[in-house]
Each structure stands twice: as C-alpha cells, then as structure tokens.
Design a protein around this ligand. Structure first.
Ligand SMILES: [Zn+2]
Length: 385
C-alpha cells in the first residue's frame, strides 16, 4: 500500500519514528511515541517540510497516511480544517502573525483527534513571536500538534527546541535522488543522474534542473564564470551576470504567482461589480498584498543568488580534487576539461581561499547586504590566481 512517507527520499531513519507516532496518536492522547511538539531540521533540499507535511497527513488520515483519501489530499493543499501549513514569504515571522495564528487554532479539532500546524520556517520567528509560540506549546492538554521546521537546531530559540522532539533529516544520496527523478518524475536516466549529481542531494533543485532547459543553460553560464575571471572589469562583469541571471530566474517564478494572488484577492472583494467592497477594504488589502509580494520577491532573489553561489562552490571543490590528485568523481564531470585546465594554472591553496570567500559571501548575503556589492567583492577575490 502506498503511503505519504514514500516521497521522503533517504530518510528511512525518521520514517519509522513518524509512523509509530502516527499509530500511537490514534487514541488522541500523548504517549511516549506521540508528543505535540516536533522540530524537523535538515539542510536545504533534504525535504524537512515535506516530512512534516507527510506526518500531518498521517495524523489526520483514517488509514495512517494513505496519501489518496480526501483527508490526505486536503491536508497537503491547505484545504483541511484541522491542518494549517504556515509558509513565510517575508524575512521574518512577526508576533502579530503568531497571535493571529493562535486564535485560529484555539478550538478543538473539528474532525479527528488533532489539529496540526506545520511551520515551514521556524527559524524566521522573531524573538517575541517565538515567545508567544512557546506559551502555546507549553499549554498542557493541548489538542494542537506543532511541527516546526528549521535548517539547524541553532536556528531555533533554546526554550522552544527543548520542548520539541527533534528529528534530523539527512542529505539524500545522489543515487537516491536519481532514482526518485527516474521513478516518480519519469526523467531519463542520464538527465536524472546529471541533475542529481550537480544538485548535491537537493531534490527540488535537481527536479527543477532536469525539467527546465532555461535553468540548465543559466547554470552553464554561471559555471563558466571562473574561467573568465582576470581583470577587474571581468570580475565586475561576472558579478553583474550572476546577479542578473539569478534575479531573472527568481522573478519569472514570482511574477506568475503575484498576478494570480492579486486577481484572487480582487475577486474576493468583488472586482468588476459596482460593489463598495473594492473601494473600502479592497484596495487596502491589495496594497498590503503587494507589500508582502515585494518582500517575498527580495527573498527569492536572495535564495536564487545563494543557489548560484553553491553551484560556483562546486567548481572550486572539483578544482581542489584535481589539484590534490584525487580520483573521486567530479561533481561537474560535464566540465572536466575546463576544471583540469583551471586546476593546472592556479594554486591549490588559492582554491581553498576561494571556496572560503564564497561561503563568506553567502553569509553576508543572508545578513541583508546589497547583493551586487557582495558579489562584486567576491568576484574580485575569485579573480586572483
Ligand atoms: Zn489518507
């Protein structure tokens, strides 16, 4: 029989725990297996929110998470009255949002034993928001199950994480990701292998690359940048290219979504009719939505630049392997000629420094510095031999 846990790649060690917790939860009481606060951590792409959503489905499904019943389907698409999936579009989750959420989930579950809240970005809680949430988690006899997700344990306040059962997801192996792309997404074996290898276990990124030609050609341009660096002018040009490509990739994804959201909202306020709804509450709501969309767009561009930097890092990692005389397979075996040449004309200690510089640039980017300036500084460092 199929199960919602089938989609979790390389996470066998936590699937057993989640399955037995779901079974134990049937009676609606807290047991050793079943607790009401969980924290899912794992590197980007490991599928921490997929794991949390699968668990939510298993908790409300009459068949332990079959993936096919109306409860399972509704839970996944945010259409279930007892399941709430919180995705953050902005850079932080504010205390007002948590208070609003708490009033929404205050009642007893309408259908089953539990009300489930999946919070995909618990690392973005502001301190006051985290404290408000903490009170809810601490409440005894609660019928709400909290499934929090974050990259690492350190991204969550100690007071919160000490009250959660912690599950650490692993980065799935290249072989496991390849298999999923072939079996689930019907991607050809060669393409699946390429996408899985260069995405380093990030399933979403691998699928995106395997199914999107523009993404593949963008990646090619990014991966050629190191070989073109020399003068200051070339470094500045490379920075501009990287930021442009990443921005465009992010914007294409967000534009379609933005338009749909605005349309839906206008419909809700009765656009096209002569009703007063649009005039009174409507235009204010649209303005608020646009503000939210703007902050989400900023975040998506930042994520996209970060992805390009991770790609670049694999280039220097491969160069270091060649320089060390390692026989390990290159991540970018499609670029082995360029990598060999580059490895021979540069020094091994400078490759390590370049990798380091990329990681520093990523950290800066996360702290809100202007992207282009950080990337320009990075490219200047990468241009040194
Ligand atoms: Zn089901």
């Amino acid at each position: 029989m199929s199960s919602v846990f089938d989609d979790l790649v390389g996470q066998e060690h936590i699937i057993d725990i989640l399955k037995s917790a779901a079974t134990a939860s049937r009676n609606g009481a807290e047991t050793q297996e079943m607790t009401h606060a969980w924290l899912f951590t794992g590197p980007p792409g490991s599928g921490r929110s997929s794991a949390a959503i699968a668990f939510a489905q298993a908790l409300i499904c009459p068949n332990n998470g079959c993936g096919a019943c109306s409860d399972c389907i509704a839970a996944k698409t945010s259409g279930h009255p007892d399941v709430e999936i919180i995705r953050t579009e902005g850079l932080s989750i504010k205390v007002e949002e948590i208070r609003e959420l708490l009033t929404r989930v205050a009642w007893a579950p309408s259908l089953g034993s539990w009300r489930v809240v999946v919070m995909e970005d618990a690392d973005r809680l502001t301190e006051s928001a985290a404290n408000a949430l903490l009170k809810a988690i601490e409440e005894p006899g609660t019928r709400t199950v909290w499934l929090l997700c974050a990259p690492t344990l350190h991204d969550v306040l100690p007071t919160i994480r000490s009250r959660c059962r912690h599950l650490q997801l692993r980065t799935p192996s290249v072989a496991a990701v390849t298999q999923v792309l072939i079996n689930r997404d019907q991607i050809s074996p060669e393409m699946a292998q390429f996408a899985a290898r260069v995405s380093q276990g990030h399933i979403g990124r691998a699928r995106f690359l395997a199914t999107n030609e523009t993404a593949r050609s963008n990646r090619k341009v990014i991966m050629q940048l190191p070989t073109k660096l020399g003068s200051l002018a070339s470094a500045l040009e490379a920075a501009q290219t990287l930021v442009d490509i990443a921005t465009e990739e992010a914007n294409t994804a967000s534009e379609t979504r933005d338009e749909l959201e605005i349309e839906k909202l206008q419909e809700a306020y009765g656009k096209g009719t002569t009703g007063r709804g649009m005039a009174t509450g409507g235009s204010k709501a649209v303005k608020e939505l646009e503000k939210e969309q703007k902050s989400r767009a900023t975040r998506m561009v930042r994520d996209s630049i970060d992805g390009a930097l991770l790609d670049l890092a694999t280039f220097y990692r491969d160069v270091m392997l060649v320089q060390a005389g390692s026989m390990e397979t290159l991540i970018n075996s499609d670029l082995s000629d360029e990598i060999e040449k580059y490895a021979h004309r540069t020094r091994a200690d400078s490759s390590a420094k370049k990798l380091d510089a990329i990681m520093q640039a990523r950290a800066q980017l996360a702290m809100n510095t202007a992207p282009l300036a950080s990337i320009e500084a990075l490219m200047c460092r990468l241009a040194q031999t």
